[in-house]
Design a protein around this ligand. Structure first.
Ligand code: F6R
Length: 614
């Protein structure tokens, strides 16, 4: 969490940094700040609340012109979201300004040391401690990068740090451990940021910084060293999306734009993954076919929405490969002493590739010698870098904090993985795999059809805008869809919403039913007759208690009509793939309802896009 920007070059640093922060605001929006070096001094502005507050402050009290600056947009961990705790933090004699993303776990001890030496802290943050420690080194004669290396050696926890020295108007210095940082390589200017979106309008050339590395950028040079001072190998890459992908393109919210991008995102994620005979070629899987044949267990780990993609993956993978597959919340995984070993494939699903819970879980799995495959949307992020193999989803940048196209493309990647394993292990015939691939190839059109007919869902959101509670039901792969529908509504509309396996209703939650309570139900396609019939029985139970049913069912399914107060039609697809179409109306419903409530859909309260703390 937290977005960080650093700039050095001929442009006005304040504007460049603030523009960068705007594109990183999805990472945290509790406060924002910027610092520049001019005339041998540091100049600082910071404000609680969204970036707009900082911009207002800068308009009223402009900072001096400078070609070097740093900025930060915060998701609060230590200390409340107020002006004082906002970053950048200054050292005691205003020699150093520093911004931080992450948590310094031993800060209480370090703070005690500094206070014993007579320093007074102005904020409650762990970050301010680091600013003082770095300044002590610089004041003793160290160059800023040297100082940062020394201090990083003393820090425990996760951090990206970016700092400037008031006495050096040529360089911005940064360090990273378990927290993201990329370098933007410009012409006569260079950038640092948590994410390439911050500098994509200036350059698409980037360098991913490795673990425990320090980088010093000037306008013309980039020096990368390890924490012990040796030169580090740099890994440049080209960003294959541009500014327009990171802009709203006429939509009111990034989330709405991203929902509508899903046909394209799904098509892009399928691109190049199979030949004319529907034989899958997953080039990025750097695990040999022999190793894949020796796998006797799959464990999917992920958080939040990505976890629900993992739940769908379990149904598909077990069905196609007959390999036992568990799904586990990444935040729980390593604390229960999981049984994994060299013949376990751990599949880590993460849109951002930076989720700390997931990262720590894969490290634990690797210590047990399991092979780790990442499903990830962010090139150059930590999780795919540390994994043994990766399937990149090609959703493009997901800016809205609530995941939408990230989820659908994770589903596609998991289907591809399941089918690939089935192909390698011979658990499905080629023509069976080809049939599913044909269906997957048709999915972009099916999703587009759902979006074309979305008006009734928008109307429904208007009708339910004051509903205090909404329930979601599903069975089989419809169950994770129900959970995802509820999560979207909770995080965006801030109302009580719960997803249940429809069969569980009678074991307790049925007590929640009352007159007019909206209950969404995902009805499986009719091909699975038992499953279909069971969901209809569950719907009957709901209706009998006066709740209002909103039924998502495939076109031509006339059996559902008597059970539906509102019917939302889905294209005909097979059961396992139904989440790709059934999730979309639920995303739209949550987006629209939250929008009508006047909430900030792209930046829901208390959340951040990339959760880099455990
Ligand atoms: C919900 C949402 C979160 C993320 C979760 C994992 O809309 O976006 O629940 O899915 O924080 O994030 P990633 O996929 O980046 O690991």
């Amino acid at each position: 969490m937290c977005g960080i920007v650093g700039y050095v070059g001929p442009q006005a640093a304040v504007d460049t940094v603030v523009n960068g922060l705007r594109r990183l605001e999805y990472r945290g929006y509790d406060s924002a700040g910027v610092a520049v070096v001019a005339g041998g001094r540091l100049h600082l502005a910071k404000k609680a609340g969204k970036l707009g507050n900082l911009e207002k402050e800068l308009a009223e009290h402009p900072l001096p012109t400078s070609g070097l600056g740093i900025g930060h947009t915060r998701w609060a961990t230590h200390g409340g979201p107020n002006d004082v705790n906002a970053h950048p933090h200054l050292s005691a004699h205003e020699r150093v300004a520093l911004v931080h993303n992450g948590i310094v776990e031993n800060y209480v001890r370090l703070r005690g040391e500094l206070e014993a030496a007579g320093l007074t802290m102005t904020s409650e943050t762990d970050s301010e401690v680091v600013a003082h420690l770095v300044a002590q080194q610089v004041e003793a004669g160290a160059r800023l990068d040297e100082a940062l290396r020394t201090v990083c050696g003393r820090l425990e926890g996760t951090f990206t740090l970016v700092a400037v020295d008031s006495q050096d108007p040529t360089a911005v210095v940064a360090a990273r451990r378990n927290s993201p940082l990329v370098v933007g390589v410009g012409q006569g200017e260079n950038f640092l940021a948590s994410d390439v979106a911050a500098f994509i309008e200036h350059t698409r050339e980037a360098i991913e910084l490795g673990q425990d590395q320090v980088v010093r950028i000037t306008a013309d040079a980039i020096e990368v060293t390890t924490f012990d001072g040796s030169p580090a190998e740099v890994r440049p890459y080209h960003v294959d999306w541009d500014l327009s992908a990171a802009e709203k393109g006429g939509y009111d919210w990034f989330m709405r734009k991203e929902i509508h991008e899903q046909p394209r995102a799904v098509a892009d994620t399928l691109l190049g993954r199979y030949d004319a005979n529907a034989r899958l070629t997953l080039d990025e899987i750097r695990i040999s076919e022999d190793e894949l044949r020796s796998i006797d267990k799959i464990v999917v780990i992920a958080c939040g929405t990505a976890f629900y993609a993992g739940m769908v993956a379990k149904y598909a993978i077990e069905h196609w490969t007959r390999i036992p597959c568990e799904v586990e919340l990444a935040s729980e995984f390593r604390y229960r002493d999981p049984i994994v070993g060299p013949t376990t494939l751990v599949v880590a699903i993460s849109q951002s590739g930076e989720t700390a819970d997931t990262l720590m879980a894969i490290r634990h799995a690797q210590q047990q010698r399991a092979r780790v495959l990442a499903v990830c949307n962010t090139n150059g992020s930590t999780i795919p870098r540390e994994a043994d193999a990766v399937i990149y989803t090609h959703a493009g940048p997901e800016i809205g904090v609530a995941s939408t196209k990230g989820f659908l493309t994770q589903l596609v990647a998991c289907y591809l993985l399941g089918l690939y394993l089935a192909q390698v292990r011979g658990t499905k015939f080629g023509d069976e795999i080809a049939a599913v691939m044909r269906e997957l190839a048709a999915m972009p059109d099916a999703i587009a059809a759902v979006l074309d007919g979305i008006q009734p869902v928008l109307d429904l959101a208007a009708e339910f805008v004051d509903a205090p509670s909404v329930l979601f039901l599903g069975r089989h792969v419809g169950y994770p869809v129900a959970l995802e529908g509820a999560l979207k509504l909770k995080e965006l509309a801030y109302i009580h919403a719960e997803g249940f396996a429809a069969g569980e209703l009678k074991h307790g939650p049925i007590a929640l039913l009352e007159n007019d309570l909206p209950v969404f139900a995902v009805v499986p396609p009719k091909g699975r007759d038992m499953l279909h019939a069971k969901v209809l029985s569950n719907l009957q139970e709901v209706r009998a208690r006066g709740a209002r049913t909103v039924v998502l069912a495939e076109e031509d399914d006339h059996d559902v009509t008597p059970y539906a107060d509102v019917l939302i039609r889905l294209p005909r697809v097979s059961t396992l793939l139904q989440p790709l179409v059934a999730t979309v109306p639920l995303q739209v419903f949550a987006c629209e309802l939250a929008s009508r409530k006047g909430h900030d859909v792209d930046q829901p309260r208390n959340l951040a896009k990339s959760v880099t703390v455990e």
